[in-house]
Design a protein. Structure first.
Length: 86
């Protein structure tokens, strides 16, 4: 799940999955994390979850961060909004 940022894989070879992404996915079920080719950390809600009725403006389907810790913080904030805080 997830791939290293651009330039980290050998030319012509598939890059190895990032263990940090797997850990984030395990800690935040219902989210699919990935790392962009620019090196940013992203996650999107899995399934067809759209904002529930009455959701606050901060509710997001997709969140991001510059680091794994920033992504985790964004995910934790989203989980608090839905009452699934860890």
């Amino acid at each position: 799940m997830g791939w290293p940022a651009r330039g980290q894989g050998a030319a012509g070879k598939q890059p190895k999955p990032d263990a940090r992404l797997a850990a984030i996915a395990e800690d935040f079920p219902g989210w699919h994390p990935w790392r962009s080719s620019a090196g940013r950390w992203w996650a999107v809600r899995q399934g067809r979850d759209w904002a529930p009725p009455g959701a606050p403006p901060e509710w997001a389907r997709t969140v991001d961060g510059d680091t794994p810790d920033e992504l985790r913080a964004a995910l934790a904030a989203q989980e608090e909004l839905t009452g699934r805080a860890q």
